[in-house]
Design a protein around this ligand. Structure first.
Ligand code: URA
Length: 473
């Protein structure tokens, strides 16, 4: 009998090494006992010495992806199950496509559970600020209780997303610290974590996206199971919001058609001012934006791109979404469209450092083509989801005039992009009464195939920006 003890971290890698050696030596699954961490008091001794070295073992690619998930499951038999599959595959390479095979079905189910658990960790973990807010790197901590041993494989996700801050994630099985490098330590009981402003912000966010007319309690609880609620600041609102959903939906239906624009403007201004206060610094806004999961665009983008410029700017420019270079640098309008924009700003005498420049959508939407990432236009839902951020920026800056550059910005600001070329040069209003000057997007000019048309359109764009400058004085 062979006894294999796998370390608490580096588990999957260690399993692969041992499994390769054991398979090469022809050791059958029934002759191996697998342990994770310290083995319990061993009644049967240390077992035979493990075979060393390994011959070439080939496995289907699908097995590797399956094993990479199943090895993090909490089932005590997981290592033995995956090894048994590896053993069986040496004799029947097509076994994994037999979905009726109970061993395959069990492994697939386990992989799915691990995948879901990892998704939940990335979606429902909430950091709280700990330590000194004035330190050069801010420090955050979170508590999470995963169903499976997913902390190690999921930690790189957080390192990538929150690479510019220090953080720790505490779980019962494993602790992970990040300070530029990932470090693992044993699990812990739940530490006392402070309530901080981030909590209030999450609540505001949650309240703002909660539409009582569309509430589906079962779907909501399936997606966000109760066990996570206690660590999510916004979840404290769920019972109260569900209880009042019926009344709120009726109130909304009654109020919607009769809400006069002037009153709507007043309410929105108050909400914006209130929300703006919660982002007392540009940094805070950026940190919150980093965690945006309002639509799936965050998954493939490098980072969200916040607006840039003074918070007392009189002029605000809104584009569509970050492009390739903006996504990489984290700054709006720095690529080819940004260069044309800069040139025209300079032509009409606007100093870019005095205006606020942002986008209607904060994450880059693209389709990969080989090494290139081709721009894809955001759809209506994505524009709607991201409007929350743009509205916050508008509330914080409260500009005298917003320049909507292109259809996406115009749709986000006024509700429709129809007839943009007819509307161009005109001044319209957002529903809460901010002035919007309509113009085209600089990329539209860059895409025109003929030079004469490009020159004409650049001249009209220049005239629009000049009008913007004059209108705010
Ligand atoms: N296009 C945009 O709309 N925004 C950018 O930031 C860059 C290109």
């Amino acid at each position: 009998m062979y006894r294999v003890t796998l370390p608490v971290t580096g588990t999957a890698e260690a399993w692969r090494d041992r499994a390769r050696a054991l398979i090469s030596a022809g050791v059958a699954p029934e002759n191996i006992v697998w342990h994770h961490g310290q083995p319990e008091a061993d009644l049967f001794g240390a077992g035979e010495p493990l075979p060393q070295g390994a011959g070439a073992v080939t496995v289907p690619k699908a097995f590797l992806s399956l094993a990479n998930l199943v090895l993090w499951h909490r089932d005590p038999e997981r290592f033995a199950r995956v090894y048994a599959m590896l053993w069986a595959l040496q004799r029947d390479r097509g076994l994994l496509s037999d979905r009726g095979d109970p061993r395959v079905a069990r492994l697939n189910a386990m992989a799915k559970e691990v995948g879901r658990d990892r998704h939940k960790m990335t979606a429902f973990l909430r950091f709280r600020e700990v330590g000194d807010p004035d330190a050069t790197r801010r420090r955050f901590a979170a508590w999470f209780e995963p169903d499976n041993f997913i902390v190690e494989p999921t930690a790189p996700f957080f390192a990538k997303r929150f690479g510019d801050m220090d953080w720790s994630i505490f779980t019962p099985d494993l602790t992970v610290h990040f300070d530029g490098k990932l470090r693992f330590a044993p699990g812990k009981a739940k530490p006392p974590l402070p309530q901080d402003a981030t909590e209030e912000l999450w609540r505001t966010y949650f309240r703002s996206i909660f539409n009582p007319a569309r509430v589906k309690v079962k779907a909501m609880q399936a997606e966000m199971p109760r066990k996570y609620w206690k660590n999510m600041p916004e979840a404290a609102l769920i019972p109260e919001m569900l209880a009042s959903a019926g009344t709120r939906a009726r109130d909304m239906a009654a109020a919607a058609p009769t809400m006069a624009p002037a009153r709507a403007a007043k309410v929105l201004r108050r909400v914006h001012a209130d929300q703006a206060l919660r982002f007392e610094s540009q940094d805070r806004f950026r940190v919150e934006l980093q965690g945006c999961r309002r639509c799936p665009l965050w998954e493939n983008a490098t980072q969200p791109v916040a607006g840039e410029g003074p918070l007392d700017a009189r002029l605000m420019f809104v584009g569509e979404q970050p492009g390739d270079q903006e996504d990489l640098t984290g700054r709006p309008f720095v690529g080819p469209a940004g260069q044309l924009f800069d040139r025209v700003l300079a032509d009409v005498g606007i100093d870019r450092t005095t205006v606020y420049v942002t986008n209607a959508v904060k994450h880059f939407k693209f389709a990969p083509r080989g090494k290139r990432r081709l721009h894809r236009s955001p759809d209506r839902g994505e524009i709607q989801h991201c409007k929350w951020w743009l509205d916050l920026e508008r509330g914080r800056v409260n500009p005298g005039l917003i320049v909507a550059m292109g259809g996406t910005a115009l749709e986000s600001l006024t509700g429709t992009r129809d007839g943009i070329l007819r509307r161009r040069g005109g001044i319209e209003q957002t529903p809460d009464g901010m002035k919007v000057l309509v113009t085209v997007h600089p990329s539209y000019i860059l895409r025109l195939p003929d030079r004469t048309r490009q020159a004409e359109e650049t001249a009209r764009f220049r005239a629009d920006l000049d009008q913007a400058r004059r209108s705010v004085g």
